[in-house]
Design a binder for this molecule. Sequence first.
Ligand code: UD1
Length: 381
Amino acid sequence: MTDVVDPYRVLCVVGARPNFMKTVPVVRELAARDGFEPILVHTGQHYDAGMSTVFFEELGVGAPDHLLGVGSGSHAVQTARVMERIEPVIEAERPDLVLVPGDVNSTLAAALVAAKLQIPVGHLEAGLRSFDRTMPEELNRILTDQLSDLLFIHSPEARDNLLRENVDGHAIHAVGNTMIDTLVAMRGRIDATDLAGRLGVEAGRYLVVTLHRPALVDTPLLADAIRALEQIGTDLPIVFPCHPRTRARMASLGVSPSPERVQLTDPLGYLDFLGLVAHARAVLTDSGGIQEETTFLGVPCFTLRDNTERPVTCEIGTNVLLGLAPERILEVPALIEERAGVTHRAPDGWDGHAAVRVVDVIDRFLTDARVPAAPAVAYQT
Ligand code: UD1
């Protein structure tokens, strides 16, 4: 009779929009391999159809095994709710590893609960640092990395950042970028979308704008940014898919851009959004993930922040940091011209195969953990 070996059970936690694209390739890879069983938990930090459901449908991953329904709240409330609701799930499932992506509140909450239950934690996109502790994401990143046993990095400076914080170098694994895996896998379907056509803007001639960070949209700077966009929108058509936080802030500030110059849309699904970006003249954003996606696609990106936790996108990609300075939006048309023909490349491991490398590392880690310790006394024959 052969021994039946239990599969390795990996509980993957997603919560907010960018998490889905980072995690799904790993869930798929786990599901495809013998000896692994993925368990997908969605905290419900994002919950609107346009912020959540559409991604599950498009990425074809099926419904999550557990939906925690935490919704919105202050940072403390949201983080605490994830912790309260995920603890019984982890206790019941007893996974071999908990995998968390990125830097949102759900990421930190799940990592902390797992670590206290003595379940090993793997962190996708470890080691990114903006060195700006006023960003909630920076605190989430630092703490999640400290709690993790496996640190999956996708750019070289992440290793230096982690070593500076005294994490064990053996825990760091350069695997590449799983979010780019999703882009590569979906490229055909992305290219088949024609949202630009439906919106009446010409491919290669419009600017895509996304702004959602509190440092910008929860301040009067948002009104300055909208005014600057209206100004450049006379010559450069603008499409602005609007995060619900930004939409609400515009309403409370009483600003609404003229639709002939700035087309606001509801949040877009993954395929439509990436299709829009792939055919854009340029992108203006304060998002982290979009700095990476434009780097991969070779689309000029202007980042309206003082810092980036993704410096590799500026060093070898297409990204330019404008600063948290809405008046610099007026320079974007000239900067686009200046940057025409600037060379760029994708960082190593942004190649569509990162999830395979992630699961290889998990396999080795869990196999080593299962090997029984050598007996203390050698047996005589
Ligand atoms: C969160 C992440 C941020 C990430 C972003 C991606 C944290 C600290 N922040 O920011 O790092 O870049 O997701 O979008 O985790 N709302 C809805 N419907 C939804 C979700 C949110 O209307 O489905 C509204 C609510 O008014 C909510 C606000 O958006 O209060 C903010 O949502 P929240 O999840 O707190 O943070 P994000 O700004 O989305």
